[in-house]
Design a protein around this ligand. Structure first.
Ligand SMILES: Cc1cc2nc3c(=O)[nH]c(=O)nc-3n(C[C@H](O)[C@H](O)[C@H](O)COP(=O)(O)OP(=O)(O)OC[C@H]3O[C@@H](n4cnc5c(N)ncnc54)[C@H](O)[C@@H]3O)c2cc1C
Length: 501
């Protein structure tokens, strides 16, 4: 392992430089370094993840907004909640070091859509070994403590027509189930824990540079030759791979002069290569909430959100609505609007898995120290699809809560309040108090080599620049129906396969 210390000389040249040690980057770097002939640098903006507050899954919520979080503000939203803070971890393991560890393999129907959109070789059969690589490396478990609330929710869902399903399946169907978590004995199994720990025993050819923010990719004669840090230029003899996540990978491309020409001109960045898709197509899972006060104290739970519900609101046979069910009131954005809270309560948080609104990541300045402008444009899709699915989710939450097994847990509905039934009023409530499931993606979208809006081809190569790839949530052609962390790790695994061929 190489951790920079003042006065400690570092190599300044490697075979492959991986920028960002998050869900994808840690998996990629570990797999590449299995080849002892390859000198790999993993360059991470934040510190090591060996602190208890990171590793203890029970403390995940405390990390949001902390010193280990980029904690991005977003632009004011015409139809959504501009008060959302987008948590993006600044620590080894990335967002897998501060997320809630809900673990899903990428559903095969999502990968089929990726293929159909030009991502050849990303169907579930071809991607199978990469997914299996994740499942073989990351320990997953379903919390098994007896929990009468969980039982009541699953029975209520079944009574509402949503059978109990096993989320281990790669074929996602409508139903409700207990989440599998990437946790072992209460310790998160982040990409860093699963692929890199113990950090003292990393292979000698894997050079880990912590607390080292990268400011840009250095391009010479149309090829990436290295990256710039505050300490100087680090050269990559073979490739640079950006794994800085769906906000910071496009930000780094833009800072490097790769992106929409007009935008780069407007912020004073010299154009290196015009690529209009960079920073466009910003996707997310927008999330609403229905809060209930409970008639009794809630049972203890590892990370408070143990159940997921998937429904098909469009009659297409596949889920297009997801709800998380929490054994706590989730008043992050409802309290600000004057809705009551309760010490004992629970929440349904409907989200739109395939939201159609698309936003942008843009620079405000050519200075890498200035935060980007992030506009999710929530609920702006012209057909009102996102809003419709979200309101369906509020109504489904109420339907589940009204079923006999759950009914006697309900003291009262705290927000929006059982008197609000009109769909327009529900839409207004749910958009104003919306949060995010923290799943930004799609800003360096993968597509066919001749797709002008794509940023990377199916081999993850940046179009028009040699020796530069991207491997993280930014390459998603469409959003996964499920929580995307394991998919990001599979992207890292897949990138390692592609780099080796
Ligand atoms: C609060 C929260 C809860 C979530 N809960 C879940 C969940 O339960 N289940 C699930 O499946 N998904 C969850 N997610 C989403 C999931 O964690 C992310 O989609 C996934 O981790 C993204 O992986 P990534 O590799 O794209 O980026 P990241 O994991 O974010 O990695 C990016 C890395 O790059 C580093 N970096 C950024 N800029 C630079 C730079 N300039 N120089 C060097 N390094 C840089 C960052 O510090 C970070 O380590 C959650 C996310 C959040 C924020």
């Amino acid at each position: 392992m190489t951790v920079p210390a003042t006065g400690n000389p570092q190599p300044t040249s490697y075979d492959v430089i991986v920028v960002g040690g998050g869900s994808s980057g840690a998996a990629l770097a570990a797999r590449l370094a299995a080849d002892p002939e390859l000198q790999v640098a993993l360059i991470e903006a934040g510190p090591a993840d060996t602190q208890d507050r990171v590793l203890d899954i029970r403390r995940w919520w405390d990390l949001l907004g902390s010193d280990l979080d980029f904690d991005y503000a977003i632009e004011p939203q015409a139809r959504g909640n501009g008060g959302i803070r987008h948590s993006r971890a600044r620590v080894l393991g990335g967002c897998s070091s501060h997320n809630s560890c809900i673990a899903f393999p990428p559903p095969q129907q999502d990968l089929a859509s990726w293929e159909a959109l030009g991502a050849t070789g990303w169907d579930h059969v071809t991607l199978g070994p990469a997914i299996q690589g994740v499942l073989d490396t990351v320990h997953l478990e379903v919390p098994s403590d007896p929990n009468p609330f969980v039982d009541a929710v699953l029975e209520a869902c079944a009574d509402a027509g949503l059978p109990t399903v096993d989320f281990a399946s790669w074929d996602l169907t409508p139903g409700a189930g207990r989440f599998r978590l990437n946790v072992a004995d209460g310790i998160r199994q982040s990409s860093s824990v699963a692929y890199l720990h113990p950090l003292e025993d990393l292979p000698a050819n894997l050079h880990l540079l912590l607390d080292t923010p990268v400011s840009r990719v250095v391009v010479e004669d149309g090829a990436a030759v290295g990256i710039q840090t505050a300490d100087g230029l680090l050269r990559a003899e073979r490739e640079v791979v950006l794994c800085a996540g769906a906000i910071d990978s496009p930000r780094l491309l833009l800072l490097s002069g790769i992106g929409p020409a007009d935008h780069l001109r407007s912020v004073g960045v010299e154009l290196v290569h015009a690529l209009p898709g960079v920073g466009a197509h910003l996707l997310d899972h927008p999330e609403g909430v229905v809060n209930y006060a409970a008639t009794r104290a809630m049972p203890a739970s590892l990370q408070s959100w143990e159940i997921g519900v998937f429904a098909d609101t469009s009659g297409l046979g596949v889920p297009d609505l997801m709800l998380h069910v929490g054994s706590e009131v989730f008043d992050l954005h409802t309290a600000d609007h004057g809705y009551p809270s309760a010490e004992h309560g629970f929440a349904f948080t409907p989200n739109v898995p395939h939201a159609r609104s698309e936003g942008t990541v843009r620079l405000r300045s050519s200075d890498p120290g200035v935060r980007p402008s992030i506009d999710f444009a929530y609920f702006t899709d012209p057909d009102g699809y996102d809003e419709r699915v979200m309101v369906d989710g509020v109504e489904l939450a109420r339907e589940i809560a009204a079923q006999a097994p759950l009914r006697d847990w309900v003291d009262r509905e705290l927000s929006p309040g059982s008197n609000v039934t009109d769909r327009a009023a529900l839409s207004e409530y749910v958009r104003r108090t919306a949060n995010t499931v923290y799943h930004p993606a799609g800003t360096c979208r993968m597509g066919a080599a001749d797709d002008p809006g794509a940023v990377v081809d199916p081999q993850l190569r940046v179009r028009g620049i040699e020796r530069l790839r991207i491997a993280d949530a930014s390459i998603f052609p469409t959003m996964t129906t499920v929580n995307p962390n394991l998919t990001c790790m599979a992207v890292g695994e897949r990138a390692a396969q592609l780099l080796r061929t």
